[in-house]
Unconditional design. Sequence first.
Length: 411
Amino acid sequence: MFDQRIEGIFGVESSEDVLKLLDEKLISQKIKLNQQEKQLLEAKKKASGKSGSTGGPREDAGIEGFDSPEMGGGTQQPGTSVDTQISPIPVTKTWFVDNFGMQGNEIVDLLVKSGKDELVQVIAPLIVEERKALLKSFPSVSQDLVETLPFNDFDWKMLQKNTQSLEIPFRRFVKSWSDGDQEKAYELWSNRITKEQHLSRPERKTLEKTQKILEQNGSMNAQSLQSYGVQGNPTKIAMLIKSHGFLYDIVALGTGKKNNDQAKYYSLKKNDLFVKDAGALIGNLFDDGGSIEISPRGTPRIIIPFNSKVRKEYANALNIELGVAGIIAEGDGLVIEGEFSVTKAIEVSLPHLREKRSEVVILKKALEDDKDALFCLNFSHSSPNKQVDLLKSRNISPEQLEELKRGVING
């Protein structure tokens, strides 16, 4: 099992290659560290007016064997094999996931199951270093607590996966722990991160279904989740996501407006912001209070409400996803402007539109120079007096106008 898992992820042939892979990554980091030290030394020399001095014979050397052409690749020279037991390793708080695609404790479990206990001694110090880096990422939390906190692998895993949502509870726990009320502090912390155990079976199924739908279809609100088959009314779904969503990597993106109501949108947590289904996001937001504007020059604009702190990031992500440049963050929402950007947005969002589909269909056909669609669009964006003139110009009644609209929408 271990060999298959490692081979599938890294393309190596056996579990023994883990040590080789580990050494390569550590050596690579060591070389970078030496280069940084060398640059710092040169900067100090220049600052002190000694940039012309030669310094000591090994003052600017890298790992032994790498700076001599006579030594070949240097892989067999002293210093190229990193002793993880004594060497400080610049490990980040997600080092194992970034480099191996799995948690450190997961690698240890696989090593033990495959009888590679000797490799555990290599991995264990790095797990400690990674956890120190994780602690260091929290303001005013000492990395030395890694030796005293009563955390098990599950505690560390949850903290690493949910750094943002657990920051305040974790810092409260650390303060209570340091103040001496350790038993109560850990009990409160443990109850917080083991909330999944308190979920009923239907609640678990609701969150599992929500996670699957968001993964397949992109971001949406609770009402849309219900329409895709998530059990429960939208309020119940929203409350469940708020209390336990983090256990399934479900996060709130922001809110859209429908009439005077706000609809919060949800997605799966990602390291890099990108929009998996731009059409679903645009369509759902437009249904929840979007509108169409026509500038004095006749340029179309689609306004979609989206009250989020990362509006600009989502505007950029949508531009990249659709291959356009006309989506911007403006006010409490997003604006799609320009014929090309609007046309592309309409194309991807139409399959997801429901309540306001007719408005977008009319705009789409108007952009295609359909005369009836242009008339209907012009009418809907005119003043009452202008609307009367438009009806007279065609010699039609309001009832006939509605019939004309239906023809455009269904035609």
